[in-house]
Design a protein around this ligand. Structure first.
Ligand code: HEC
Length: 150
């Protein structure tokens, strides 16, 4: 599968060079990393979200569900006491739900299949790296077949 449609490699360094951090604009999340490690952690987690979560948590989601429509909405989930606790995957509900088994309430995706170990690892590493998101808001788009309920 191709996932190079988004010119991340171009977007991220530009955003970094401009030094425009969401932290500065008051509406976004605080944890934005301009580091190369942050960029690569985000690039690795992007397909994880778009292949496993965005189909349900995008535009068509139920109003009570956390929104994954773009990186700003993702940023709104990040912070102390929120679903994504920067640097602390083990305290992050957003990570916990992908480690639950089908028999445990709240497992995500709630479809009778677990996400791959690689995707779990990408999510864990991204949160451990402080859950950086790019300064520029990027849309999150579902990739591949929608995870289905059984
Ligand atoms: C098949 C649709 C579907 C997919 C795919 C999906 N979710 Fe969800 N998610 C839901 C629904 C429905 C709810 C609200 C009901 C609930 O809380 O169980 C929800 C709620 C949540 C919640 C808030 C509730 C809680 O337990 O804290 C989190 C966090 C979450 N999802 C994370 C994820 C992550 C991360 C992924 C991708 C790995 C994902 N979801 C993929 C349907 C989905």
């Amino acid at each position: 599968m191709k996932h190079s449609g988004r010119k991340l490699s171009a977007v991220l360094p530009i955003a970094t060079a401009a030094g425009v951090l969401l932290a500065g604009c008051g509406t976004g999340p605080k944890p934005v990393s301009a580091s190369a490690a942050g960029e690569s952690a985000f690039k690795a987690v992007l397909p994880t979200l778009e292949m496993n979560c965005v189909h349900c948590h995008g535009e068509q989601r139920l109003p009570t569900m956390p929104a994954l429509t773009d990186t700003r909405a993702l940023g709104d989930l990040i912070g102390p006491g929120k679903l994504i606790v920067p640097g602390r995957p083990e305290e992050s509900r957003f990570f916990k739900v992908v480690t639950l088994t089908d028999n445990e309430a709240g497992a995500m995706p709630p479809t009778g299949h677990a996400i791959t170990a690689r995707h779990v690892e990408a999510l864990q590493k991204w949160i451990a790296a402080g859950a950086p998101v790019p300064a520029q808001v990027l849309p999150l788009k579902p990739r591949g077949e929608a995870p289905r309920s059984r």
